[in-house]
Design a protein around this ligand. Structure first.
Ligand SMILES: [Fe+2]
Length: 429
């Protein structure tokens, strides 16, 4: 990057930094090459967002950590870009982080390191010609311990950009620390254009201001020649791996700590078929999970959350008989109970369901846009609430207490429950 162009890019970012809206890209419409109201894949931009003619995927946040974050975006043509990051409370741009790319890319990825824990930052992405590619704000993960935080969970937004546009705007408005997706972000993950139309375009502002961690759904692996392809080298898996970053590197299962809690993302699709979603004993994923649960337990995690697309228990499915995944009930549920997992989130069935069994709470939150499931099959006795409404979840953790809310497409609260942290003393009477 030539020095003069770099200085120009920096000047542009410094000029727009104060205008960064809390929820995303709203302050960036003044750039000279911003204004074409279509993304490169032909889909409309998120409401209120101006999309650069050169931009095919607006900047989005991944793998938030105590000391950094990874920012990805795509441009229609190769270009050298740069990311500028500074504290959101900075008035004089002191301590500005500048990370220029070494060469020209279309698929951009910059990891910013050296940030302070639990601190709010704003970021700006520019090209050397001064074109602003996007920006927003984020908060780094806090030091380990009991600090209060909230996160959101969504699932199964597939094929419904209009509904996901509304739901993702509601999620962003809550300013969560991060979001976790439980899969099926597109109806066919092997089609690159669908990722744009169904996830990145309607969720652009949300993904640019809320760091996300994603679990893979069967539809994200997608189809190859009309057949489901759950191999790690399949076209959908390649798209997923190219688009997302997490602490597991290239794995689709991983974990991280946040505050006093531990988060585990699983992938029961890996090398399976539609009839055998599982985390089978003796698999690398199962062995890793046992070690990870033992570690979290020994470190005294206040809450342990598990996220996976397919639910162990379900009452709903608009097709042939379905009551959840029998293999997950046989192989995974005993581990969840043994290690006192607090709360398990799934999708797959396009409903909201919740219940608790043997000390483990289960939620199906497959309601972020996909067509709802109305047929009800097995009535699991422990499933106490079933709602056939589009929705997402907000979870607020404050030391030893947790509030979970199912919120509708307009942000209204549909259901809520509380949960005490692991190994809490029984309430005295
Ligand atoms: Fe789905």
């Amino acid at each position: 990057m030539k020095n003069t162009l770099y200085k120009h890019a920096l000047a542009v970012c410094l000029a727009v930094f104060p205008a960064v809206a809390p929820t995303g890209l709203g302050g960036y419409s003044a750039s000279s090459d911003v204004g074409q109201e279509k993304t490169q894949d032909g889909s409309p931009p998120a409401p209120g967002m101006s999309v650069s003619a050169k931009l095919s995927r607006a900047p989005y946040l991944q793998n938030i950590r105590q000391d950094g974050v990874t920012i990805l975006w795509r441009t229609a043509a190769p270009e050298k870009a740069a990311v500028f990051v500074e504290r959101a409370d900075s008035a004089g741009h002191e301590g500005l982080f500048t990370v220029p790319e070494a060469e020209a890319f279309t698929e951009h990825e910059i990891t910013v390191r050296g940030l302070l824990p639990g601190t709010k930052y704003r970021y700006c992405v520019t090209a050397p010609d001064g074109g602003v590619r996007g920006g927003g704000t984020f908060r780094t993960a806090p030091d380990p311990g009991g600090s209060a935080f909230n996160f959101v969970v969504w699932g199964d937004n597939q094929s419904s950009p209009d509904k996901f546009s509304k739901i993702s705007a509601e999620m962003a408005a809550l300013q969560p620390a991060f979001a976790v997706g439980v899969g099926d972000y597109t109806d066919n993950g092997s089609d690159p254009a669908r990722w744009g139309r169904e996830l990145f375009s309607p969720g652009g502002e949300f993904l640019g201001s809320v760091p996300s961690f994603l679990a893979a759904g069967n539809h994200d692996y997608g189809l190859k020649g009309g057949e489901w392809d759950f191999s790690p080298s399949g076209p959908g898996a390649r798209e997923f791996r190219a688009a997302f970053r997490n602490p597991g590197g290239n794995r689709f299962y991983y974990s991280f700590d946040y505050g006093n809690s531990h988060f585990i993302v699983l992938d029961p699709n890996e090398n399976r078929s539609f009839a055998s979603f599982d985390v089978p004993p003796q698999s690398a994923q199962y062995d890793w999970l046992v070690r990870d649960l033992e570690s979290a337990d020994s470190r005294g995690a206040g809450y342990i959350f598990v996220f996976l697309h397919q639910p162990p228990f379900s009452t709903s499915w608009d097709d042939t008989y379905y009551d959840g995944e029998e293999l997950l009930r046989r192989h995974l549920v005993p581990l969840l109970e043994k290690y006192k997992v607090s709360l398990v989130f799934s999708g797959h069935a396009h409903v909201y369901e919740r219940g608790a069994l043997n000390g483990v709470a289960y939620v199906i939150t497959g309601g972020a846009g996909g067509a709802l499931d109305y047929a009800q099959h097995k009535r699991w006795e422990h499933v106490s609430v079933v709602l056939r409404e589009h929705h997402f979840m907000q979870i607020s953790v404050n030391g030893g207490s947790l509030l979970a809310e199912a919120r509708g497409i307009d942000g209204n609260i549909l259901d809520s429950f509380t949960l005490k942290k692991r190994n809490s003393a029984p309430e005295s009477r």
